[in-house]
Design a protein around this ligand. Sequence first.
Ligand SMILES: Cc1cc2nc3c(=O)[nH]c(=O)nc-3n(C[C@H](O)[C@H](O)[C@H](O)COP(=O)(O)OP(=O)(O)OC[C@H]3O[C@@H](n4cnc5c(N)ncnc54)[C@H](O)[C@@H]3O)c2cc1C
Length: 501
Amino acid sequence: MVQKSVIIIGGGIGGLSLGAMLGKGGYKVTILEKNDTLGGRARIFRQDGFMFDMGPSWYMMPDVFEHFFEIMGESISDYYTLEKLTPSYQITLKSEKKSYRFYADLEKNKQVFNEIEPGAGEVLEKFLKDTEWQYQIAKNEFMYKNYDSIFDFFNLRVMKEGARLPLFKKQKNIIESKFKSEILRKALQYQTVLLGTAPGDTPGIYTLMNYVDLVLGEWYPNKGIRAIPETLEMLCKKYGVEIRTGVPVNEIRIEKNIATGVALLNGEILSADMVVSNADITHTDMHLLPESHRVYTKKYWDSRVLAPSAFILYLGVSGRIPQMEHHNLLFTKDWDKGFGEIFKDPKWPEDPSMYVCMPSKTDSTVAPENHENLFVLVPIASGLEYTDEFLKTYGDKVIDEIAEYYNIPDLKERVVVRREYSVKDFVKDYNAFKGTALGLAHTLTQTAIFRPNNVHPKVKNMYYVGAGTNPGIGMPICLISAETVYKRIQAITDPSPLKEI
Ligand SMILES: Cc1cc2nc3c(=O)[nH]c(=O)nc-3n(C[C@H](O)[C@H](O)[C@H](O)COP(=O)(O)OP(=O)(O)OC[C@H]3O[C@@H](n4cnc5c(N)ncnc54)[C@H](O)[C@@H]3O)c2cc1C
């Protein structure tokens, strides 16, 4: 049989995992990545003895990673080991100047919840049972499935059990009907930011994220998040995938409505039987497909709800910070105003909520001895404008807040490495539409059947993989996205997860 060839545009988690699957499946695969390093948003950079994971830091849904390795005939432990973080994270409320720790351990969480709000522990236990059921339904019925019509979504089981699936309620309303205290409401709502939405705009089905968070837990690979792209690259190489970096694709070539290859920015033409784009879906549609074969109009893209962009500070700090956990969340006093500044009335947050990851708490390889590695992220609206000078000033403000709320008065003087990263960098590095950090938000009308599909509706042999298509945002979700594209290419219609490649 003639070996079929596939070009994958982009070496992010979606492109690399699909490359490995197709390589194992017997295809001749070439991955073309514009940047000099692989991993996309999950890249790293090194400076002065520090090693920073540039994007993701939460290793969630370990079951999905395990499944990927299983179908590849591999064992995760041959590549990296996982440590469960305990506590999972601490949340500090600016309003109370007080920190709370949460765990992926029901008994410990029940105790924490009951101390804050008597009886809330038992409410949590029942709630997590419901969300477990939702998670299993979502994973087994929706996530690994390809959608071509509304009937693929509303199948018999969903119709029968739909009433138990909070598809049309909002995440915020569900949580607020169960818990009264500020801290518990926030602790159970913040996960929507990982989906790129505000709790009030997030479909209730995503309360399954509470199960992911408080039951499956947060993990850390012993080599850092970089272990994931590095392992995927190893698997690609094992199966003969050709990987080229520093080669931006300029155009997808189409003849008689069939994708035939790509043109690189350097003028080189490459042919293949199939093309898959792992580049952001908006960039692919607006810039890589010839105008005659775009799926959507500019008006369509302008009307999409974009997940936030981010203001990120990578800090190398001398000395230790024992009061910080691996994951630290600092929440603003006015939560609704904060979400408004991101989604409704875009502006730089005056009183920002932020996330501080300190992987050096768990991993001695990410910072020199007696130093800490801090990744600070403030979610901001996509498309915000700024000057370099503004970014520095904003960075100073953020450092001052961390110093105040985590009681590190000399933090600014202890910073030995500092780099700011924001909207313009997401555009430059990833061709991200308006500099969105995550892509299309998971609102109801941008989920499942309503999210851009992973196959071009008219052009044969043209596919999409990664966060912009189904199922959506996040590293494990991109592994699932790769599996659904693999199924399409192999014409596998079974909606359940694969047993093997
Ligand atoms: C700051 C931040 C924090 C995050 N935190 C988490 C987290 O904690 N946990 C989690 O699971 N997820 C997290 N995410 C989300 C997760 O990182 C992404 O959803 C996922 O990595 C996206 O992978 P992808 O393959 O879809 O795309 P990408 O990673 O964007 O990869 C696409 C690749 O295509 C390349 N490309 C673009 N245009 C071209 C072109 N014209 N030619 C060639 N190549 C091109 C890009 O350079 C890029 O390498 C985070 C993301 C960010 C940005």
